[in-house]
Ligand binder design. Structure first.
Ligand code: 5MM
Length: 339
């Protein structure tokens, strides 16, 4: 294991003022996004959309890395430049989603387990040879009266730790993502309780698999009320509960924590991150790895006219990246949204 390189890549991913752009949608998910803007989901359109995002002028000032889907890592722009090359020139670290999706967990109705360990060692070797420097694996945990079960938490955190070990063996920084879903009418307190259980189990499993935490990034969900809860907690409550939950569970040696947006509005996700970073200094940087919360405005703009709206869509992405970059140091203010 090349400890020095893992640690320096992980630190670069959470450098001050920067975060991660998640554009690793599988074909089914990107189709949903394209359907929402009336664009056909072809390989060429997926390439053009993602190339448009990655070639945003100055993106590397606020985006340290981007998570790609397998197809994107192999693609070149319309004029023949590999997207990985374009990213390296822009100072954006290439990452890759390596799980093969969440599937029903046997004997546990409504619960999912993320698959993809079979053949992973060979896939990681190939991805590293193609220029990927970090990898992501997402597990999903749902909250309801009957879930999550211990079996679901154990199976998912065990897989995350096995994947993380294989990543480090291949020289890739693992980004471990145990997403506690926002879907449901649960309270902030319910979310806190489940997230503590999941993160405790995750770090036990990472420890068992000898995973180097200094060369690992946690992609966490915020502690937040369910999207159908009648009384949803406010920004400061979310920030305080999330930070408290992390302090209870995450070892100080971890390189950094980046949040997913998980269905929050784009400005809402920025305000939450900023509110956490305004609370003080923590053992690890708190940053972002948003998919929808970074892409919603540029996607909508590009969808109006994909051929003509490249610069205006890029301006939307650059703005959200800047707002979130400021939130990583607690320097965001909602007044900046209209500047
Ligand atoms: C960008 O969406 C990612 C891929 O999702 P699928 O495998 O379901 O197609 C997803 O893993 C994403 O990286 C994270 O969930 C964070 O994205 P959000 O939109 O929650 O910030």
């Amino acid at each position: 294991m090349d400890v020095t390189s893992l640690v320096s890549t992980a630190q670069a991913m959470v450098a001050d003022g920067k975060g991660i752009l998640a554009i690793d949608e599988s074909h089914g998910t990107i189709k949903k996004r394209f359907d929402s803007i009336g664009v056909e989901c072809t390989e060429e359109n997926r390439r053009d959309y993602r190339a448009m995002l990655l070639s945003t002028p100055g993106l590397g000032e606020r985006i340290s890395g981007a998570i790609l889907f397998d197809e994107t890592l192999r693609q070149s722009t319309a004029d023949g430049k590999l997207l990985v090359e374009l990213m390296n020139e822009a100072g954006i670290i290439p990452g890759i989603k390596v799980d093969t999706g969440a599937h029903p967990l046997a004997n546990h109705p409504g619960e999912l387990v993320t698959e993809g360990l079979d053949g992973l060692r060979a896939r990681l070797k190939e991805y590293a040879s193609m220029g990927a420097r970090f990898a992501k694996w997402r597990a999903v945990i749902s909250i309801s009266e009957a879930t999550p079960s211990d079996a679901c938490i154990n199976a998912n955190t065990h897989a995350l730790a096995r994947y993380a070990g294989l990543c480090q063996e291949a020289g890739l920084v693992p980004m471990v993502e145990p997403e506690v879903l926002i879907t449901g009418d649960h309270s902030l307190e319910d979310c806190y309780e489940v997230t503590v259980l999941v993160l405790r189990r995750l770090f036990e499993q990472l420890y068992d698999q000898n995973v180097l935490l200094e060369g690992t990034i946690l992609k966490a969900s915020m502690v937040i009320s369910g999207d159908a809860a009648t009384e949803r907690a406010g920004y400061n409550e979310v920030a305080e509960a999330t930070v408290d939950c992390l302090l209870q569970t995450v070892p100080a040696s971890l390189a950094g924590v980046v949040f997913l947006s998980g269905g929050q509005g784009d400005e809402e996700a920025t305000v939450h991150l900023d509110a956490m970073n305004k609370l003080g200094v923590f053992p690890w940087p708190l940053s972002f790895s948003y998919g929808r919360a970074l892409q919603a405005p540029p996607l909508a703009e590009w969808g109006k006219d994909p051929a003509a709206n490249i610069s205006s869509a890029q301006a939307k992405l650059a703005h959200r990246a800047r707002m979130n970059g400021l939130a990583t140091t607690g320097e965001y203010d909602s007044g900046m949204e209209t500047e």
